[in-house]
Structures are given as C-alpha cells and as structure tokens.
Design a protein around this ligand. Structure first.
Ligand SMILES: NC(=O)c1ccc[n+]([C@@H]2O[C@H](COP(=O)([O-])OP(=O)(O)OC[C@H]3O[C@@H](n4cnc5c(N)ncnc54)[C@H](O)[C@@H]3O)[C@@H](O)[C@H]2O)c1
Length: 334
C-alpha cells in the first residue's frame, strides 16, 4: 500500500512515520509537509534514507500541487496530520488556521475523491468538544458529545471534522476521524507546555504558568496516540469517529512540578502569568469505543512516559538549541 502522511515533519506526524516506516516495510510512505515554523526536517533524519520513505515539500492548501501529487503517486491511504496547532497563535492570528486546517482538509479530500483513495483519515483533537467543569470528574467526552469549541484553533479543527463527515455522507468518501487528548513525547516543538518547561528549567529561567495552573489535560504518550491512528486507519469502520485518551488527567501545575522534580530544579522558578483568553478548564476522554472495537490501549503510564520524555529532551538538547537558533531550517536545504 502507498500511504500519504501530511504534516509528517511535525511532532506527532514524525513519531507516526518512525513507527510506520519501521513496522510496515512492505508499505510505501510519502510525507507531504510545507515545513512551516513548526515543521522540522531533523525529525525525519532517522528514516530519511529508508527505501519505503519519501519526503515531498508542499502545501496541502495548494490544490494544483496536491492534485499532481495524487495523480503521480496513486495513494491507497491518506492520513492528514498537517495543521496549524498552537492555540495561542490562533488567538493572535486566526486566518492561517482557517486556511490550513479547513481549506487544506477540503483540498486533500477533493483529491482523495478524484483519485479514489481507499481511506482518508483526519487527525482531529478532543478540543472540538470544548471543556468540562473541574468539579465534575464523572464527566468525560464521548464520540457523541456535542461539538462546542472555544478557540479559533478548535473551531477550525471542528469545522474540518464537519466537512469530513459531509464528504463521507454526500460523496461516500471512505473517511474516519480520530480525536485525541494532549500528547507528550519526543520531537514536540518548544512552544508547547512540556518542552517549554524542560528547556527553561534546564537554563534556570522562569517558567510561565497560565492563571493558577489549575487547568486539567488528559495526557497521552504520542506513541499510544499513533498506535490508535494506525488501528483506526487499518481496521476502523468507515464514517466513524474514534476517541483516543490518555486516562491521565493532570493539572498544568502538576505537570510542571513533575518536570522540575525530575530535573532537580526548584519550584521557585514557576511564575504565574495572565490566563489565556477563553482557556478551557478540563479535558477528559472516554476511549471505550476504540478499546472495545479496535483492542486499542495505552502502553505508557503518565509517570513512565514523562520520565522517558524528559530524558529524551535532556539527551537531545541540540535538537532544541537548533530550533532556538534557527539552524533547524537548514536541515531540509542540506
Ligand atoms: N499536539 C497535540 O497534543 C495534539 C492532540 C490532538 C490532536 N492533535 C492534532 O494532531 C496533528 C499534529 O499535531 P502536532 O502537535 O504534531 O502539530 P505540529 O504543529 O507539531 O506539526 C504540524 C505539521 O504540519 C505542517 N504543516 C502546517 N501547515 C501545512 C500546510 N499548509 N501544508 C503542509 N504541511 C503543513 C507543519 O510544517 C508541521 O510539520 C494536528 O492536526 C493537531 O490538530 C494534536
């Protein structure tokens, strides 16, 4: 099979490609990525020379380019990870989120229809469900929870999900959607909480925490997310949404303190800053459907996964330094 993975130079997509390229030597993988500020060709170094892997630089919103790529490559499966993904950026500049996350999805689905791919998979997020109150730990998001978005990011992801379901219903596009909770792991761009905290703590810099740090996220190791995407793409039922959750609810403050403790740094580095506007209080995912239908489950506990993740950043400090000094942009040119 030939599989297109968009956004594969980003955090989750690159981890997905490492897993797939090594575990499915008989499948061919093409990574399509425009290498925005969040795309890092260094993330693909360990697989760039594999015979079943190819990188193509291009933009998912460029309909002519995408059409030509599909015409040449004859993809069986399309998995769309490409997105603008940082909520703070969507508050400062919503436009690019609508273009990439909605129009990009439409362009990929039009090509998927025209060239009759067997499966189109949309990587979505639990943020499309909005948030849950802190004082109702019994409430979890299921696939039937109404869409109720808070940020331009989540609204753009929800819009794309609605479009995917419309293409399934109207055009019979063989589509699936996964909605996952907050990921952590290697290769996460140092704008997101965990790599920011590790990087700042290692340099003894102040660590900004929104509000009182009470917001709760349901943390999942990126490997467990990607195994779920793999199972959905290969065995999931067409037209279905599947939730994937970490079953590891932690406040932001707990996450920060876990990192400081492992690095042997003082909690006095924590600095509370003005909260993000519209900040969701709590996310928590019910993944029963994926567990029952696909025999999916998590392999990492939060403690083991975080320990491994913190060790990875400490041992790969060059990876973060290359982003900070801008050298990571040279990797693709070389
Ligand atoms: N990070 C999380 O915790 C999380 C949780 C659930 C779902 N998701 C979803 O998973 C997907 C991947 O997230 P991530 O954290 O790896 O994001 P990321 O920002 O690290 O990576 C996004 C990638 O998409 C590429 N890209 C952006 N615009 C593009 C375009 N127009 N054409 C081609 N490539 C483009 C970027 O260059 C980058 O390589 C996103 O769809 C996101 O919404 C993320």
């Amino acid at each position: 099979m030939k599989i297109l993975v968009t956004g594969g130079a980003g955090f989750i997509g690159s981890n997905f490609l490492h897993y797939e390229v090594n575990n499915y030597p008989d499948d061919q993988f093409v990574c399509l990525d425009s290498l925005t500020y969040a795309g890092n060709y260094n993330n693909l170094k360990t697989i760039e020379n594999k015979s079943n892997f190819k990188f193509v630089k291009g933009d998912i919103t460029d309909a002519e380019f995408v059409d030509n790529l599909f015409k040449e490559e004859h993809f069986d499966i399309v998995i769309n990870f490409a997105a603008e993904s940082h909520v703070d950026n969507s508050i400062k500049n919503p436009g690019i989120f609508l273009t990439t996350n909605i129009i990009g999805t439409q362009v990929l689905m039009d090509a998927s229809r025209k060239y009759e791919v067997k499966r189109y998979h949309q990587v979505s997020t639990d943020e499309v469900y909005g948030d849950l109150p802190l004082d109702r730990p019994d409430l979890l998001f299921t696939e039937d929870t109404p869409i109720h978005t808070s940020s331009p990011y989540s609204a753009s992801k929800a819009s794309a999900d609605l479009l995917v379901m419309a293409y399934y219903r109207t055009f019979k596009l063989p589509a699936t959607i996964s909605r996952c909770s907050n990921n952590y792991g290697a290769y996460q761009f140092p704008e997101k909480l965990i790599p920011v905290v590790i990087s700042k703590a290692l340099n003894d810099e102040n660590i900004p925490v929104y509000g009182k740090g009470e917001n709760v996220r349901d943390w999942i190791h990126v490997h467990d997310h990607n195994v779920g995407v793999d199972l959905i793409v290969r065995n999931g039922r067409i037209g279905e949404v599947y939730n994937l959750g970490g079953h590891a609810e932690r406040t932001n403050l707990e996450v920060v303190k876990t990192i400081l403790k492992q690095l042997g740094k003082p909690e006095s580095l924590i600095t509370y800053v003005t909260d993000r506007p519209g900040h969701d209080m709590r996310y928590a995912i019910d993944s029963t459907k994926s567990e029952n239908e696909l025999a999916w489950n998590r392999t990492y506990s939060f403690e083991d996964g975080m320990k491994e993740t913190i060790d990875w950043y400490v041992n790969n400090i060059d990876w973060i330094d290359n982003i900070k000094n801008g050298n990571y942009k040279e990797a693709y040119k070389k």
